[in-house]
Design a protein around this ligand. Structure first.
Ligand code: TLP
Length: 347
């Protein structure tokens, strides 16, 4: 039985074109700056993001860590959403590795933080207080239904930051999903921020890698931070090659994932015992709740797994996430919805 794996878009496998590009990639030592494939990918990424330079790193978590540790010194503070991936899902890396202090602000359901809440979280210049240095945004916002943050919102936070002498980092792991959903050029979503990171290994389907983009000076420092974290990868062109194909061939197709996510959400909305906010689905991530008391979380997951359907349980009492991606077609959505319906009917 084929598996319909909706746990994450990180499960995507490289396309044939990526495997061919990996096979034929021109390589060199990237720590010496001599890997032509990495250099090309960094240039392409920076151009797409509207920034001066790019830096290839191993993962989205490393990208965010490199940015925070480059922007901030020990004891300084970062303002970020209480549902942000950087706060919840990166093993506390900014404090564990960088001695940087996270200060959370409530994330609204649409992934934003209210400007007045951000402003209230900025510290005064007192000897007792950590110094606020950086504000972090996330677009799309993973735990807020994959919501896309608008260019206007991002600009307004950048303007607020500037007014207070602060920097802005954008965790744009899925920034292309946001650009496609909003129908804007990705540069509009990044123009105000000091650094942006995005992932090749999520919806863009490459096997490994993320990139950090920013000014020439920032990236020069970030390169040192990457080395500190053990992220100098030598002949990294072997994986960067797939990132080039990702940028060239995989961005526009993200629209299909959004259509499929919407179709999945609409299907789930018709099933008794499941509850979903269909209107919240803007990109490729959907959340729903099991509200029927007839089935435990474990039983629900087990019965779906028996039908080849995989998803993540991400919250109590019974909240689930499904993510559409390159490995999921419209027919898989119909099979998944039918599977969910059967499991609920049998319970
Ligand atoms: N997200 C993963 C899990 O860690 C939850 C997923 O399946 O969605 N920023 C955002 C917004 C992310 O969603 C993720 C990964 C990362 C950063 C980290 O990327 P990696 O996994 O490459 O370190």
């Amino acid at each position: 039985m084929a598996s319909i794996d909706l746990r994450s878009d990180t499960v995507t496998l490289p396309s044939t074109a990526m495997r061919e590009a990996i096979f034929t990639a021109e390589l060199g030592d990237d720590v010496f700056g001599e890997d032509p494939t990495v250099n090309r990918l960094e240039e392409m990424a920076a151009e797409r993001m509207g920034k001066e330079r790019g830096l290839f790193v191993a993962s989205g978590t490393m990208a965010n860590s490199v940015c925070v540790l480059t922007h901030c010194r020990r004891g300084e503070e970062v303002i970020l959403g209480d549902k942000s991936h950087m706060f919840l899902n990166e093993s506390g890396s900014m404090s564990a590795v960088g001695g940087v202090h996270p200060h959370t602000v409530l994330n609204q359901a649409d992934g934003t933080m209210r400007p007045e809440d951000i402003e209230a979280a900025i510290r005064g210049n007192k000897v007792h207080l950590p110094r606020t240095r950086l504000i972090c945004l996330e677009n799309t916002h993973n735990w807020c239904s994959g919501a896309a943050l608008s260019a206007e919102y991002t600009d307004s936070v950048a303007e607020l930051a500037k007014r207070h002498g602060l920097l802005v980092h954008l965790d744009g792991a899925r920034i292309f999903n946001a650009a496609i959903a909003l129908g804007v050029d990705v540069k509009e979503l990044t123009r105000g921020v000091d650094s942006v990171s995005f992932c090749f290994s999520k919806g863009l389907s490459a096997p490994v890698g993320s990139v950090v983009c920013g000014s020439e000076d920032f990236i020069a420092e970030a390169r040192r931070t990457r080395k500190v974290l053990g992220g100098g990868m030598r002949q990294a062109g072997i994986i960067a090659a797939a990132g080039i194909v990702a940028l060239e061939e995989m961005v526009e197709r993200l629209a299909e994932d959004h259509v499929n996510a919407r179709r999945l959400a609409e299907g789930i909305a018709q099933i008794d015992g499941l509850s979903i906010d269909v209107a919240a689905v803007q990109t490729n991530i959907i959340y729903f709740d099991l509200v029927s008391g007839r089935l435990s979380v474990e039983e629900f997951l087990k019965r779906l797994e028996e039908k080849g359907i995989k998803l993540l349980c991400i919250g109590r009492p019974a909240r689930f996430r499904m993510v559409t991606h390159y490995g999921i077609g419209a027919e898989d959505i119909d099979v998944a919805v039918a599977g969910l319906r059967e499991v609920m009917k049998e319970s």
